[in-house]
Design a protein around this ligand. Structure first.
Ligand SMILES: [Zn+2]
Length: 382
């Protein structure tokens, strides 16, 4: 046993490997990995084109994470309001994805290597849905409970070969076409904390942004752009007292984005469901899951009233091999984890509104991009 442990340690890769676990001796290297689920180019949209998209990403949110809201939230989770449900395979060009490749699959429709932000396997930039829709005068917004330069949001507006390049990601964000951002990450913009001493808060201002570093505002002017950078790096956790930042930022973004435009795209990420999984900390995970569910409620309330908004809720991958196993009795739940990294279990996709029927079925993560584009296309068939 001791020898096995020593051997395993000796085989651990040197350096940072994003949220990955070393391949264990009993790891399965299935041949079926290469057999991607075929896409369906003939897929027909049954409803009118969506005018707006709200994409909600629960980082690390597998089926058990979603299920935990059904057992630990005091009210019925907003997940129960969806009727169009699908399953998605999350692999990157590696069997198990990280958040960078996972979000790039959503934002640009291509499988890439772990760590890639808006670039393909050859590190070539690929256009993201935010860039494509911005060209068509859509307003766009990004919300994250981690840094706004972290892998998931970054993959929607930046193009860099590694997710570690957060200062470069901040530089790219400050000149991007995004109209609204809310989250942490102030340190990556400020001249006092950047390694190159450059002031990208000024660049944001030059690009029309009003910057707030203390708190969200109650009202916003639709003719301004807004950058809410409310923490140096990541926001605090729900358990540490983050409060209702995520649902409130979602509400504020929807008020702002819908006020003065015909179309908008909003991505909001519940980043720390993943961190609860990495830490094998069920209280952390469940509190972040319930907070994310509140943001889903805000999005669905808006979409129900609006009638032209497509809401999609999914995850980049599952984290922790989380299960809701029995405690002492079958009337007791004792959440457990199988590892501290990501897993490759299929994850659910829930959709509401025009185009939501496209999200039924079982498909690859890259299809999220193609289905979103099909949902907003002007022609009914494709
Ligand atoms: Zn992770």
């Amino acid at each position: 046993m001791k020898i096995t442990v020593l051997l395993t340690l000796a085989l651990l890769p040197i350096g940072t490997v994003y949220c990955q676990q070393p391949i264990q001796e009993n790891a399965v290297t299935s041949q079926s990995y290469d057999h991607r689920i075929p896409s369906d180019p003939q897929e027909v949209r049954e409803s009118p084109a969506a005018k707006n998209i709200i994409l909600l990403i629960g980082d690390g949110m597998g089926l058990s994470q979603i299920s935990s809201a059904f057992y630990f939230k005091e009210t019925l989770p907003h997940f129960a309001r969806f009727h169009n449900i699908g399953l998605m395979r999350t692999s990157s060009t590696e069997r198990i994805t990280d958040s960078a490749a996972g979000a790039t699959a959503f934002s640009a429709g291509k499988k890439t290597y772990n760590g890639a932000i808006g670039v393909d396997s050859d590190t070539i930039s690929i256009p993201t849905i935010v860039e494509i829709l911005s060209e068509e005068m859509w307003k766009t917004g990004m919300i994250s409970t981690s840094s706004i330069t972290h892998a998931t949001p970054a993959s929607f507006y930046a193009h860099v070969k590694s997710r570690d390049m957060e200062e470069e990601i901040a530089a790219q964000l400050s000149t991007s076409q995004i109209d609204f951002i809310a989250g942490g990450g102030l340190a990556f913009f400020a001249d006092t904390s950047r390694t190159d001493g450059k002031d990208y808060l000024q660049t944001l201002k030059n690009n029309g942004f009003t910057i707030q570093t203390e708190q969200l505002l109650n009202t916003v002017d639709p003719n301004q752009k807004y950058a809410f950078l409310l923490a140096k790096n990541q926001m605090s956790t729900v358990l540490e007292g983050r409060g209702d930042f995520l649902p409130q930022a979602t509400k504020l973004a929807l008020n702002y984005l819908s006020a003065n435009s015909d179309n908008f795209f909003l991505m909001a990420e519940g980043s720390m469901i993943d961190w609860g999984g990495h830490g094998n900390n069920a209280d952390f995970l469940v509190s972040e899951m319930i907070d994310f569910d509140e943001a889903i409620g805000i999005a669905l309330d808006f979409a129900e009233k609006d009638g032209n908004t497509l809401v999609i809720v999914t995850a980049d991958h599952e984290t922790g091999g989380f299960t809701l196993s029995a405690g002492e009795t079958y009337d007791e739940i004792n959440p457990t984890f199988s590892n501290g990294g990501h897993s490759t279990a299929l994850v659910p996709v829930a959709a509401y509104g025009p185009g939501s029927e496209l999200f039924r079925g079982i498909y690859e993560n890259t299809e999220i991009f193609h289905k979103m584009m099909r949902a907003v296309s002007h022609s009914k068939s494709n």
